[in-house]
Design a binder for this molecule. Structure first.
Ligand SMILES: [Ca+2]
Ligand SMILES: [Ca+2]
Length: 449
């Protein structure tokens, strides 16, 4: 975001500097060894601000003036997928995606703007603001990150030039803890990775940028130099890989950082694991899109609010089940598939140092024999299977012939040589015309043994 520096002066020197510095290795020292790859330039010619990542797409906030902003969604090549209309998001200084409800959290930001966090639902044909959190007590300059591992918000605010406040808040808006941050440059973005806060700042004159890695009490754990002479705009993270993305202002562009900010231990490697990223389906035989997965056989989702015999908020199922669950379509067999690249962990895996935990809630409908199972196949570099693990199916007898979903878990060692994992949810019809194999809160987590 821009808080008073003259971008006019800086802009004249930018283009040549970017070409020279874009992929230059960082100098030796803390945070050394990071490289930055220019992923795509945002083709939308407006005032680029906050950045988020969700289910394979980049979400970019653009300040349209007058307190109005818009969110535009891009793929990795910069192709526009969709955009919101004008929404009352202020400066849209920072965006972050919450896996637990599939919404985008957008902070107003800007040096003179009080801090509000707006919950933007990008799923309807016309995206809408679902809720507004009032964090004005924390000051202006607001930015927000969602800590998906702990399902909480990290809210940044404070007067231009600092000191700033970084506050941890739950989704009722209650702040549980906070720390104070000195001025490290113009605030540009914030995200949470592996229990640390990544804080993105621009140097005066936008000669370079910095990502400072902070502990949850504010201790500086690392400093990553971003040797790109362009004003930073927004930070994003892929929570399944810990890959970090950085936005820039002029030219408007998005970079990817290498290596990942932290090895992907302890994270759920599955996108859209709880059927929350898409629009909740209305029930069979209508199917809806399931972001983050390859789909066969009409696998879809149904909202817990649909009722009419489907699982509801009161059925056996996850304590935190969100708005929807996965369901088979009308075909006899339906699947969701995702491939997880584990090359970044090759050294640990080949030393037999990596364990997996496969888990999820699986179920079905009354006494019908429709069921669901979740399997992982560990594959070597040429795609050959090195082993498999599975949870489910959960049978009608397991469920006591009651509609609902039961928790299942399988743990073990990732076979040496594994370079990818293929995860498949299979719903199988055993009775009736619809495929009522149900699932929710799927998870495949790797850990260091
Ligand atoms: Ca962000
Ligand atoms: Ca769910």
């Amino acid at each position: 975001m821009r808080t008073g520096f003259s971008t006019v002066l800086a802009a004249t020197a930018l283009t040549a500097g970017i070409l020279a510095a874009a992929n230059a290795p960082a100098a030796a020292g803390p945070g050394a060894g990071h490289t930055f790859t220019r992923l795509f330039d945002t083709p939308y010619a407006q005032n680029q601000q906050g950045l988020a990542w969700a289910d394979g797409y980049h979400y970019v906030g653009f300040d349209m003036g007058g307190g109005q902003s818009r969110v535009v969604v891009y793929d990795d090549t910069g192709k526009e997928i969709r955009r919101s209309g004008l929404l009352p998001l202020g400066h849209a200084a920072e965006l972050s995606f919450r896996q637990a409800d599939g919404n985008l959290y957008v902070a107003t930001g800007g040096g003179s703007n009080p801090t509000y966090v707006n919950v933007v639902d990008m799923r309807p044909a016309t995206p809408v603001v679902r809720r507004t959190y009032d964090f004005t007590a924390l000051g202006n300059n607001g930015m927000v990150a969602v800590d998906n591992a702990n399902d909480r918000m990290v809210v940044f605010a404070g007067p231009t030039g600092g000191p700033y406040t970084v506050a941890f808040a739950d989704f009722s808006g209650t702040v549980s803890s906070r720390f104070t941050l000195p001025d490290l440059g113009t605030p540009q973005g914030i995200e949470v990775v592996d229990g640390t806060v990544l804080y993105y700042t621009s140097a005066e004159g936008f000669t370079h940028n910095t990502v400072t890695v902070l502990g949850t009490s504010g201790a500086v754990l690392d400093t990553i130099d971003v040797p790109i002479a362009n004003e930073g705009e927004g930070l994003a993270v892929d929570p399944t890989t810990n890959r970090v993305y950085l936005g820039f202002h002029s030219p408007r562009t998005v970079y990817a950082m290498s290596p990942v900010a932290a090895l992907p231990y302890g994270v759920n490697t599955l996108l859209n694991p709880g059927a929350e990223s898409g629009v909740a389906g209305p029930g069979h035989p209508t199917t809806v899109a399931v972001p983050g997965w390859g789909v066969t056989g009409g696998m879809s989702t149904i909202g817990y609010a649909v009722g009419g015999g489907y699982p509801t908020a009161g059925s056996p199922g996850p304590a935190r089940r969100g708005a929807a669950f996965f369901t088979g379509g009308t075909a006899g067999t339906a699947t969701l598939t995702r491939t997880v690249d584990t090359a970044v962990l090759a050294g640990d895996i080949d030393a037999n140092g990596v364990a997996f935990t496969l888990s999820g809630h699986l179920g079905g409908y009354l006494a019908q024999a429709d069921d669901a199972r979740l399997a992982v196949t560990f594959r070597n570099g040429t795609g050959a299977s090195l082993g498999t693990a599975q949870i489910g199916p959960v049978t009608p007898a397991d469920r006591g012939n009651t509609t609902g979903l039961l928790p299942r878990t399988s743990t073990g060692a990732v076979p040496a040589g594994t370079r990818s994992m293929t995860v498949v949810l299979t719903a199988t019809r055993g009775a009736g015309t619809n495929n009522d194999g149900y699932a929710d809160n799927l998870s495949l987590v790797l850990s260091h043994r």
